[in-house]
Design a protein around this ligand. Structure first.
Ligand SMILES: [Zn+2]
Length: 744
């Protein structure tokens, strides 16, 4: 029943809203999007005497919309209140559209009225013809995964979902609207990053990403660069200005950011920031960051403040007449990155569990100390990169071992390792065996011939003791550099760092090589082993041997009935290993043992140069005599290998004997154990070097080549070509081998 007067047919009911009411329809949905100059009251106000209030406005105006639904063409029951505001004596009411309980993206209906309830304007972005299932077929997790997939691989692990909602998403094109059941998800980063944070609309029925857009209203940013005047290596170097990385920069009222490896920083600020910080705000630079903090001797931060704004870069160069603090901060960060990037070791502060080591500078003493904080004394100590790296490594080793390796027992072998490896890793990073040039006239040098005097009566101060154990590390490094080039240094670094991690799990106290104690040599073998079986050999064995041998570090103290396996540095009782010591004699008459020969008192020629005798070995005891040199056949399974050793100490009762030794490896042993399909590079290379230099080994190699002939001989060929420093000689060897093999 039509009770209204004056309506024209195309526009039923509009005139009831007032004589001047004007209606505009949405081009796509065809329903009113805007009605202005309404002059009509809700019935409950006009006829029921209701006074509009904040409490009843929602229902009152919903009824008004329902009363005029023939005009507005929206379903009043699908409207959910968003807000009611009374601004300047008018009511403003806003509803959002729901579809079967789900919000419809950005679909709202609103109106305003005078304070007494006379409606003035109506506006709607409303979707009248939705027809969708409301059960998602794509889970929220799957939708989140699809969103994160759109980021570069390296960024994905820093992202997470913050907000999510299931909704109806109207997708508008030029001539129609289509509706999707969709997840709206906000993806955020750990550290706020406006360039990465986005909203995603993902179709909840088929998983399509319908839309994504940055989550942040475009703001502005404060950018700049931090640099520092430093001593590149030594206190005597000319000053250099370099980018300062990993430094915190705090932008006033906007939070803290960190400089990157180029010293650059940026901090997003909201669009109001420039107004509140006109013409500039403050940027505060502190010698503090995620990995290093440097303070003065009283524990006070170093900070500098510069004016900054969003229109020009805010640059800062740390400069001072006394640059100790700047230098220490710079080199700590540099060294942190090297350890993390090259050795995969990201340091931890053992005292507080953070990732940051702390330092103080300008103490009055002539020295530097590890700890928390590290303390740097007079200028030269804080200006020597060697010293800074050295103290950092003390802390790193402290973290690995749960304490210093040997300090404060300052004349123990273990303290020698504290100092030797603090020097070693510092030197490996600088690629210079000298430590402390520029602050001392006599820098320590890891490239030396210092000899370990033996375990009994060892009484050497840590820094001096460090010269031969650190020297052995350096010798290993240089051997591997000679073979593999620069990457050989990293192989040695990795092996030694792993060896310390292994040794730290053994009980205290710690020694260099003695097999009856927790010792570094055994840990190093374990670090190199690839199949959890030391007895079948392992990579780098010969280079490790020779490195320790160069400093007299291959020594073992045997007690009565001790057997010894030289190639694994392992003691046993009578059986196992290459020989045993019993009743003042060396014996080799147990299972797998093969015989010993006494070469007599031939003086102290290098054990590496002793000619291996072909005969004269006995399994049934040769007397141990101080100063005598012996040769032992290696045990079964270590084909054609020998051990040359010398008795360096024999107590009067002969209850213990100290031997210094060198294992003379035959390539035959290795090749016998080789899987020819996967020839291991170090073994390969070593086989060929041995063959080049030694007739005896050449014979072994020929024999071995028969073993691997099934492989079409490619393994050897590969070895010889790939790893020989002297290609010409190697090719000659290869030709001989070929000739030999091809002649029955
Ligand atoms: Zn030290």
């Amino acid at each position: 029943m039509n009770v209204f007067q004056g309506n024209d047919e195309g526009d039923p009911g509009v005139s009831r809203l007032g004589d001047r009411a004007r209606l505009t329809s949405d081009r796509l949905t065809g329903i009113p999007k805007r009605v202005t100059e309404i002059e009509a009251y809700p019935t409950v106000v006009k006829e029921g005497g209701v006074v509009v209030s904040e409490e009843n406005a929602e229902g009152t105006f919903r009824e008004f919309i329902r009363e005029h639904s023939n005009v507005f063409r929206v379903e009043a029951d699908d409207l959910r209140l968003v807000s009611i505001r009374n601004i300047n004596n008018r009511w403003y009411v806003k509803y959002e559209q729901r579809y079967k309980g789900l919000p419809v993206h950005k679909a709202t209906v609103g109106l305003d009225s005078s304070e007494d309830g006379k409606v003035g304007t109506y506006a709607a972005s409303y979707h009248p013809d939705i027809d969708l299932p409301v059960e998602p077929a794509i889970s929220l997790e799957a939708a989140t995964g699809a969103a994160i997939e759109t980021y570069p691989k390296g960024r994905q692990r820093y992202l997470r979902r913050q907000d999510d909602v299931l909704l109806v998403y109207p997708e508008k094109s030029d001539d129609q609207v289509s509706y999707h059941l969709a997840w709206k998800i906000q993806i955020v980063t750990e550290e706020p990053d406006p360039e990465l944070e986005k909203f995603f609309i993902v179709d909840a029925l088929d998983g399509t990403i319908l839309r994504s857009y940055t989550a942040n209203f475009p703001g502005a940013q404060v950018t700049g660069m931090a640099q520092a005047e430093v001593y590149p290596e030594n206190p005597t170097d000319p000053i250099s200005t370099v980018p300062l990385e990993h430094e915190y920069v705090e932008i006033e009222d906007a939070g803290t950011t960190t400089t990157n490896s180029a010293g650059r920083f940026k901090k997003y600020v909201n669009w109001l920031w420039p107004l509140f910080h006109w013409p500039t705000g403050d940027a505060t630079f502190t010698l503090d960051g995620p990995y290093a903090r440097v303070q003065d001797s009283a524990g006070v931060d170093f900070t500098e403040t510069r004016p900054c704004n969003t229109t020009s870069p805010c640059n800062m160069t740390w400069s001072a007449t006394d640059r100790d603090h700047i230098n220490v901060f710079y080199h700590m960060n540099l060294f942190h990155d090297w350890l993390a990037d090259q050795l995969g070791y990201s340091w931890k502060n053992p005292w507080d569990g953070t990732s940051r080591l702390n330092a103080q500078v300008n103490h009055s003493f002539n020295n530097a100390y590890a700890g928390n904080p590290m303390k740097f004394g007079t200028d030269p100590f804080a200006r020597s990169s060697d010293v800074i790296y050295h103290e950092c490594i003390h802390n790193v080793l402290y973290e690995i071992y749960g304490d210093y390796i040997g300090w404060p027992d300052s004349h123990a072998e273990a303290y020698g390792m504290d100092e030797g490896f603090a020097d070693y890793f510092s030197s490996s990073f600088t690629n210079d065996s000298r430590h402390g040039e520029g602050y001392t006239s006599s820098p320590r040098n890891l490239d030396n011939n210092k000899q370990y005097p033996g375990k009994s009566g060892y009484n050497i101060e840590g820094h001096t003791g460090g010269l031969f154990i650190g020297g052995a590390g350096w010798e290993l490094r240089q051997r591997l550099v000679n073979i593999y080039g620069g990457s050989g240094a990293r192989i040695a670094d990795q092996l030694l760092l792993e060896a310390h991690q292994i040794l730290s799990t053994y009980p205290r106290d710690y020694y260099y090589s003695d097999p009856s104690e927790s010792n570094l040599l055994s840990a190093l073998y374990r670090a190199a082993d690839i199949d959890n079986n030391l007895k079948n050999g392992f990579p780098y064995f010969n280079d490790m041997q020779l490195a320790f041998h160069a400093h007299g570090l291959l020594q073992a103290v045997l007690e009565d009935r001790d057997s010894f396996d030289f190639s694994t540095n392992t003691l046993g009782t009578l059986t196992g290993g290459d020989l045993y010591y019993y009743d003042g004699k060396f014996w080799a008459n147990n299972y797998e043992q093969n015989g010993v020969k006494d070469l007599g008192g031939i003086g102290t020629p290098d054990l590496g140069g002793i000619t291996i005798p072909k005969s004269g070995y006995t399994r049934f005891g040769v007397d141990a005599v101080e100063g005598h040199t012996y040769v032992s056949k290696a045990q079964d399974g270590e084909q054609q290998s020998y051990i040359v050793f010398r008795v360096t100490d024999l107590g009067a009762s002969k209850s213990t004997v100290t031997v210094q030794y060198l294992y003379r490896v035959s390539p035959f042993w290795y090749i016998a154990n080789l899987n020819t399909k996967e020839i291991h590079k170090p073994v390969c290379r070593w086989v060929s070097l041995m063959a080049a230099g030694n007739k005896h080994h050449l014979k072994s190699l020929k024999t071995a080549a028969h073993w691997i002939k099934d492989d079409g001989y490619n393994g050897c060929y590969y070895c010889l070509n790939r790893y020989d420093t002297d290609t010409h000689t190697m090719r000659a060897v290869l030709r001989n081998l070929n000739a030999d093999l091809e002649t029955p």
